[in-house]
Design a protein around this ligand. Structure first.
Ligand code: 8X3
Length: 254
């Protein structure tokens, strides 16, 4: 694959950091977006030292549209020609029932997982169209395929990511631009710690007795989609640990 400029949202840890590593390792230019400047700076250093990578920090909260637009407009030269947009930033807070949870927390989840993904797409894709090349890789989830207990709003958000990916693929069908929806199952990242509002032991229990995926594992699939020949569009990929069968069926060793 020729050298590309890759923008990754939520790059400071987990799947986002995994994506940053694999694209950097293969010699691509990587733009690291996230909210935690310290973590991003640390990752930038790691990518430069390990792979001699060209990297750029673009710290902003994806929910802040003005800041996002301003930061994107500040890019110049090769950095402005984004070839791959990885809409990875996402989170869930809590496992409350739909009729019991906090509307304020759900605003944060919906704003991050759906509205920010949409605004990043809205800001970056027109440039891809005018350059005649590009690939949008959205981080969906197995949670978007079917709702599960305690997941109502998150599952709805990831179902929206599927619909937005499918809709964008339709809208771009007469262009060379590809759209991919990656749908991970159990991945051990900070995701579950946030879901359980910082309760590390509940988060750890999610992965007990099963070898979960890592952020680097999911990044392998992201990289595979991006490195396929231009005429091949991997529309979706559902990627799970071997001992997971559905969003709720998992075999755990006792
Ligand atoms: C996260 C996967 O199984 O926790 O997107 O919903 S799961």
């Amino acid at each position: 694959m020729e050298k590309k400029t890759v923008l990754i949202t939520g790059a400071s840890s987990g799947i986002g950091a995994g994506c940053a590593r694999i694209f950097a390792r293969h010699g691509h230019r990587v733009i690291l977006n996230g909210r935690n400047l310290d973590k991003l700076t640390q990752l930038k250093k790691e990518l430069e030292e390990s792979y001699g990578a060209s990297t750029l920090l673009l710290p902003f909260d994806v929910r802040d549209r003005e800041k996002a637009l301003h930061s994107l407009s500040s890019l110049s030269g090769v950095w402005a020609s984004i070839d791959v947009l990885i809409n990875n930033a996402g989170l869930v807070i809590g496992t409350d029932k739909e009729h019991e949870g906090s509307l304020e927390e759900w605003d944060v989840v919906i704003d991050t997982d759906v509205k920010a993904l949409l605004s990043m797409t809205r800001f970056v894709v027109p440039g891809m169209i005018s350059r005649g090349r590009g690939h949008i890789i959205n981080m969906g989830s197995i949670a978007g395929d079917a709702a599960y207990p305690g997941g109502s709003v998150y599952c709805a958000c990831k179902a929206a990511v599927k619909a937005l990916s499918d809709g964008l693929r339709i809208d771009l069908v007469d262009t060379p631009i590809r759209v991919t929806n990656i749908k991970p199952g159990l991945v051990e990242t900070n995701f579950s710690v946030v879901r359980f509002r910082g309760d590390k032991s509940r988060a750890d229990a999610v992965y007990q007795g099963i070898q979960p995926l890592t952020g680097d594992d999911v990044a392998e699939v992201v990289y595979f989609a991006a490195s396929l020949p231009e005429h091949i569009q991997l529309a979706e990929a559902l990627v799970m640990p071997t001992h997971q069968a559905t969003g709720t069926i998992v075999h755990r060793k006792s």
